[in-house]
Design a protein around this ligand. Structure first.
Ligand code: ADA
Length: 568
């Protein structure tokens, strides 16, 4: 299940989710031998989508693995295969032919098979979960290094002339929306064709356009229209508009919500009104499903966020599934979306690597292209905790922020810094996020006060003193069930104290416009016996969740709920 709603009525689509053949390839023979020889007759089965590390015997497996399934076509047809998320390297083979390679575990990619003959076809995917110093994330990150096909695989049958993409843009004046729809139509036909393109949304039919397409060519057209008396999308007010485009025998349906996002005098404005953000960071992770997070649990996580009194969630630290964003759109909850650039152990060599930068820019491109229409997304996050005191970070920031702004001017660009006092990239962003852990990694909670004063001085000096500031991460570990009379380190009481005191400091500071607690729920962490990282993570979990990994509330949850639901 990719979306909460259907994107096609005319186009035939089906999912290839289910039991696939699966075999690991620890010695990486696949590139030198014929891959199909490695599927034993009684090959192991794995459910797609899932993470293989959640299965017996594969907990610690990082490396290459092969997946196989079959699909039938009832007539010669144009097939598009859509891969929603594969961690991290994916090579696609259909009927023995290598059709493409994709890097990046959390964004969608697709493969086109024009004029595929009728019959049964074999789809094989080589998945490699190996990370290194030039991948996003790198091989050191504070979450579990899961591998596998983590999101659905969809098969679409395309007519010879089909809609490739639709991009919805609008400009609001009061309650009027001037809308432009950019539609790309492609032809796979051997002859020239003519199709009529129609589009509509609630209360508006766009004037139809007839397009002539040369054989095998594509064309882009823009449909324009004006909608009066629109209802704006807002926090807790999920007004959505469904757009339908039809070109000949093909169609595409998508949704958006009308709202404006801006900054003014240190404040974030949504639809022109000041916004105070209250939220948490959330990994799309669960000990049983890993990153193949099931829809039912998403709905429950959302109910928990609402119960807590949140109006925003940060999709730490990678593009989340489309189903989750659809739910956020449908419930009026805001989202900070970012790419998996997690940096506190990252070297400057990584920041300076051209391959790393190229991968980051491509991920930004894929994230923004896929998620452009979600009204819930208020921020694009460029990076998290890289060494923003260095010129390497500055150069990368220019590239990333430039890329984001070239694709989307309707949202704010942000990031999370762990060096607020010496950071040299502040001026490139619309909103600054600070990650700091006084009361946990450094000193006691009062350390926040001095840090903030020093940050304000640095920001003034860089001409960034008027940028809205969010405390994007803070918190402490508390082991679920460890409660007592004294607030000992790692107890629920200690965690609750730190979060409560920190929130009090932040809520009294008029320059802070939001708080995102680290973290929503405990997450599994990559603690390996042969590596020095994260040795302080008891149970091999990051225990700073307000809930444990099974979504049971800790004391801190109840305290935060009281604070988030009270008036500032
Ligand atoms: C950082 C990082 C988080 C997490 C946190 C922690 O701020 O961004 O992903 O690792 O620290 O728990 O230390």
């Amino acid at each position: 299940m990719i979306r909460t709603f259907g994107q096609h009525i005319l186009r035939k689509t089906r999912t290839l989710d289910g039991l696939w053949d699966f075999v690991t390839d620890p010695s990486n023979l696949g590139t030198t031998e014929e891959w199909y020889k490695k599927f034993p007759a009684d090959s192991r089965k794995l459910v797609v989508p899932s993470c293989w590390n959640n299965e017996l015997g594969l907990f610690e497996y990082i490396g290459a693995a092969w997946y196989r399934t079959y699909f039938d076509t009832t007539q010669d047809s144009n097939i598009r295969l859509i891969f929603e998320g594969i961690l991290h390297h994916a090579d696609i083979y259909v009927d023995g032919l290598h059709l493409g390679y994709h890097f990046g575990g959390y964004t969608q990619f697709s493969t086109l098979l024009p004029h595929l003959a009728q019959g049964q076809h074999e789809l094989i995917i080589r998945v490699d979960s190996t990370l290194d110093w030039q991948t996003l994330p790198t091989d050191v990150a504070d979450w579990y290094s899961y591998g596998g096909i983590i999101r659905s695989v969809e098969l679409q049958e395309l007519p010879d002339v089909y809609i490739d993409t639709m991009k919805i843009d609008y400009h609001l004046t009061g309650d009027q929306a001037d809308i432009s729809l950019q539609v790309q139509v492609n032809s796979l036909s051997n002859t020239d064709s003519e199709v009529e393109v129609n589009a509509s949304t609630n209360g508006l039919v766009f004037p139809a356009v007839t397009v002539q397409l040369l054989a095998g060519q594509s064309t882009q057209l823009t449909l324009r229209g004006t909608l009066a008396n629109i209802r704006r999308w807002d926090v807790g007010q999920p007004e959505l508009y469904t757009f339908k485009v039809q070109a000949g025998e093909d169609d595409l349906i998508d949704r958006t919500g009308f709202r404006t996002v801006s900054v003014d005098n240190g404040q974030i404005l949504l639809n022109g009104k000041k916004l105070y953000l209250q939220g948490v960071n959330r990994h799309e992770e669960h000990p049983e499903w890993g990153f193949a997070f099931p829809p039912k649990l998403m709905l429950k996580d959302l109910s928990i966020l609402q119960d807590l009194g949140c109006n925003i969630v940060r999709g730490s630290h990678y593009p989340q599934s489309q189903f989750w964003m659809d739910l956020l759109d449908e419930h009026g909850m805001l989202l900070w979306s970012e790419i998996p650039m997690w940096g506190c152990f990252m070297s400057v060599e990584t920041l300076a690597s051209p391959l790393f930068a190229e991968r980051g820019v491509k991920m930004l491109d894929e994230m923004i292209t896929r998620d452009y229409h979600h009204p819930s997304i208020i921020f694009w996050g460029a990076h998290n905790e890289i060494d923003t005191r260095t010129t390497e970070a500055l150069e990368l920031t220019k590239k990333f922020v430039g890329k984001i702004r070239s694709m989307d001017e309707s949202r704010l660009v942000t990031y999370a810094t762990m060096h607020p006092v010496e950071d040299i990239v502040l001026s490139y962003f619309d909103v600054i996020g600070i990650n700091k852990y006084y009361g946990w990694y450094e000193g006691n909670v009062n350390g926040f006060r001095d840090m903030l004063q020093n940050y304000y001085r640095n920001a003034e000096a860089q001409g960034a003193g008027d940028k809205p500031l969010i405390m994007s991460e803070f918190g402490a570990a508390g082991i679920f069930g460890d409660a007592g009379w004294e607030p000992r380190l790692f107890s629920e009481d200690y965690q609750a104290d730190v979060v409560q005191q920190a929130l009090q400091i932040f809520r009294e500071d008029p320059r802070i416009v939001g708080t995102l607690i680290w973290h929503f729920a405990d997450i599994r962490v990559d603690v390996r016996s042969d590596r020095p990282y994260f040795r302080d993570r008891a149970r091999s979990f990051n225990n700073k969740g307000l809930l444990n990994e099974y979504r049971k509330p800790k004391l801190a949850y109840r305290i935060v709920k009281e604070i988030y639901r009270s008036k500032r």
